[in-house]
Design a protein around this ligand. Structure first.
Ligand code: ZN
Length: 416
């Protein structure tokens, strides 16, 4: 799919002794080097295009944007793939409830997402793939699983046999026999009660055509549409190759989505993501921001109200990506104020003739080190804050102003 325009990223002076970028691997609970080689591959699960783009989405994609900026600064060649789940139960339900054609709803919401990502200066994916566009590839993958005995039929639908994958369970660490695991599977789109399945957790790979539902020709699978998890496995395989470095999303994707899609990826391509990263969920008015609760704050709404997108970005960056937190008006006020302080600091430094004695270089090195340490944006922000405050009494001069402004732009995505 056509992505959105890439923001310009200033090239920073090459630094000696850059720390490797390490991130928290939620599968193992340890800090790991995010991509040890010269090539870095990332798959961040995309949106289902309705109710786009709320601040929870923005918070998640911002984490993976920072990761790419850190990788690029380290000189890596980055390939980023993502998807648009443009046919899925929640989208179809919303379309039916509002009397809008599901394709029109998906198109309109994808356009909104594209505009929001552009305003927030997010790096676009190299491969942004619509699920509707890759249905023949999903059909072939599912047919292969059936042929190898890794999938089976239940009344015309096809399910994965999770027992075919000895590594199932290594992403979320949940016991398949635990009733709480089954309950979570049910809450998050699974069907543990479906009769005829070999195991209650086995997920759907192909859903036969139902009256009123969109469907596609599936060859030996018959008409139908794909299950959710197999889509991401197929897209990651085709866009990045398997295995790849990082699979990411919000923490609510850890199970079942990432557990299942990793399992499918191992069976269809011999490997999955080496590392799983999960961003904390953003609450609003006391509860997790979610489509089903309707307590959403939209990026497009804030932009329409005249909020500077860089202030939104800063408001989110004040929270570490793994933090679970609640959005309030105070967050936005803090972002607006921070942006003003930084702009003033750079302007004061620029006007001055003073020599900063390496202060700016130390700030840039500090921001780099903070990002390399599990994307510690709050620490990076406090370093820039201190520098900006210092400029009113000890301004650093134009070179210092330029060095800090370019680092903020390249590493944090904040254009002053
Ligand atoms: Zn996904």
């Amino acid at each position: 799919m056509r992505t959105w325009p890439a923001p310009n990223i200033p090239a920073l002076p090459v630094a000696a002794n850059l720390a490797p970028v390490r991130v928290f691997d939620s599968a193992t609970g340890t800090l790991v080097e995010a991509a040890p080689g010269s090539i870095a591959t990332l798959y961040a699960c995309g949106i289902t295009p309705y109710d786009a783009t709320h601040l929870g989405h923005a918070n998640t994609y911002l984490a993976f944007d920072l990761l790419q900026r850190a990788w690029l600064d380290a000189g890596k060649q980055v390939t980023y793939a993502s998807n648009i789940t443009d046919v899925d139960d929640p989208l179809l339900e919303r379309a039916a409830a509002t009397g809008v054609d599901w394709r029109e709803l998906a198109r309109e919401q994808t356009e909104l997402f594209r505009a929001d990502m552009t305003a927030l200066r997010m790096l676009p994916p190299n491969a942004w793939v619509s699920v509707v566009a890759i249905i023949p590839d999903v059909v072939a993958a599912v047919a292969g699983m059936l042929a190898r005995g890794e999938a089976y039929w239940v009344d015309g639908d096809v399910y994965a046999d999770l027992s075919a994958d000895p590594w199932f369970g290594t992403v979320a660490g949940l016991a398949a026999s635990d009733p709480a695991t089954l309950a979570l599977f049910g809450e998050r789109g699974g069907d543990p009660e479906r009769p005829g399945k070999r195991h209650p957790l086995d997920p759907a790979l192909w859903r036969a055509e139902r009256p009123g539902d969109p469907s596609w020709e599936g060859g030996q699978l018959g008409r139908g549409r794909p299950g959710w998890h197999i889509e991401c496995a197929v897209i990651a395989r085709d866009a990045l190759g398997l295995p790849f470095d990082i699979q990411g999303g919000g923490t609510d994707l850890r199970f079942p989505h990432h557990e299942m899609s990793s399992s499918h990826a191992r069976l269809i391509g011999g490997g999955a993501a080496r590392t799983h990263m999960h961003a904390g969920l953003v609450a609003y008015q006391g509860e997790k921001m979610s489509k089903s609760r309707g307590n959403l704050v939209f990026v497009s709404r804030l932009l329409a109200d005249g909020v500077d997108p860089m202030a939104i970005r800063l408001a989110l960056l004040f929270h570490h990506y793994r933090e679970e937190w609640e959005w309030t008006d105070a967050d936005l006020a803090r972002g607006v104020e921070c942006l003003a302080v930084w702009r003033q600091g750079v302007a004061e430094a620029h006007r001055a003739t003073g020599l900063d004695g390496g202060v700016a270089d130390r700030v840039v090195a500090g921001v780099r080190a903070a990002l390399a340490d599990d994307l510690n944006a709050p620490r990076a922000l406090s370093l820039v804050d201190e520098w900006a405050a210092l400029q009113s009494c000890a301004p650093g001069g134009p070179a210092a102003a330029q060095a800090v402004a370019e680092a903020i732009d390249a590493l944090l995505g904040i254009r002053l």
